[in-house]
Write a protein that binds this ligand. Structure first.
Ligand SMILES: Nc1ncnc2c1ncn2[C@@H]1O[C@H](COP(=O)(O)OP(=O)(O)OP(=O)(O)O)[C@@H](O)[C@H]1O
Length: 327
């Protein structure tokens, strides 16, 4: 486990009788892309506001880069770039002029500002459009400009709140790729808040699942699926055999079934027509293929299904239960 850069301890926010964030403990490691995942109203934005020192916790605390965000928000803001779902730019100014303005606010010299801004504009794919007015940028271009804007001050952490809302699918793909490469190249820690499962799964090293102000689980997707489905089988291998000219009670089928069930990692074998469904704790695809062929059966297809974020999300959101943290 690497060095922790964001630490939430017992973080709680109440509005009157309503608890928006409920005793949150969370640790985000330096350099990782962390996905804050949860439905609308789960408390993601409130948590981000507390991380930025923009709203005070009712109890508990947040440290970002070792600094208490509640008592020292200005120092935290120097180190954190925040991209809301819709960034406000001066529409009459060009993309470049907008970034130069941010650079000057952050006290970069003209020379450094120009160098950094031009480098970032090229980096986010806006080199050609840098002199176009920001008001004429598409939604995807504005978000890329927003990303460049938060990177101007060379932050240690960037927080992105639903950054892909309203961007077309190709734009989303490009934006997510950009986040990954920037995070790797600039060694920046990324916190991505979203309710888009697939986007989070594509780019995040770890995720935290939020429901009703509580963190129900934290870890990488593989760890989470193991924790969540350890009572079931994490893998289901589906094998389709060629039954042409075979009777339903052909002894080779029973023989293959009993050989498979004897394997230590196999937890169940079910047969339906020409299909075998083999539940296992490991990916046993190669072994299953060999055993079926060794038993004299012709194999038509073989596939493995792993539980993904979809299953995890559905389970947590439907059940609302808390599982042991795996991180
Ligand atoms: N200033 C406020 N006063 C009262 N309730 C609030 C306030 N701000 C947020 N809430 C409530 O706190 C809960 C969490 O809101 P929050 O915006 O943090 O959720 P979220 O997970 O970011 O959702 P979304 O994705 O819709 O932004 C919601 O029920 C919201 O109505």
């Amino acid at each position: 486990m690497g060095e922790s850069i964001i630490e939430l301890k017992g973080l709680t926010k109440r509005y009157g009788d309503f608890t928006a964030v409920d005793h949150l403990d969370l640790s985000i490691t330096k350099g990782e892309i962390f996905g804050l995942l949860g439905p609308n109203g789960a408390g993601k934005s409130t948590t981000i506001l507390m991380m930025l020192g923009l709203t005070e916790p009712t109890s508990g605390g947040v440290r970002v880069c070792g600094i208490d965000a509640t008592t020292n928000p200005i120092e935290v803001k120097k180190r954190v770039g925040y991209l809301p779902d819709d960034v406000g730019f001066y529409d009459q100014l060009s993309g470049r002029e907008n970034l130069l303005y941010t650079a000057r606010i952050n006290r970069l010299s003209w020379r450094d500002a120009e160098q950094r801004v031009d480098m970032l504009l090229r980096r986010v794919g806006l080199g050609e459009a840098s002199d176009k007015k920001a008001g004429r940028y598409s939604r995807g271009m504005r978000q890329r400009l927003g990303l460049a804007d938060v990177l101007v001050k060379n932050p240690a952490v960037i927080i992105l709140d639903e950054p892909t809302l309203g961007i077309d699918p190709i734009g989303v793909r490009e934006f997510l790729d950009l986040i990954v490469s920037l995070s790797r190249e600039e060694q920046v820690t990324v916190l991505l808040s979203s309710h888009h499962l697939h986007q989070v799964q594509q780019v995040c090293d770890s995720v935290g699942i939020f429901v009703a102000g509580k963190l129900l689980a934290q870890g990488n997707v593989v760890e989470l699926s193991k924790a969540l489905f350890s009572d079931r089988e994490p893998y289901i291998i589906e094998a389709c055999i060629d039954k042409t000219g075979m009777a339903d009670n052909d002894p080779r089928i029973e023989q293959a079934k009993s050989r498979l069930i004897e394997l230590a990692d196999v937890t169940s074998v079910r047969i339906d027509e020409c299909r075998f469904y083999i539940g296992s704790t490991q990916d046993m695809t190669a072994t299953v293929a060999r055993m079926l062929v060794d038993s004299g059966l012709g194999l038509k297809s073989l596939s493995v299904r792993e539980y993904g974020l979809d299953d995890i999300y559905t389970k947590y959101f439907e059940g609302g239960e808390s599982y042991g943290k795996t991180a």
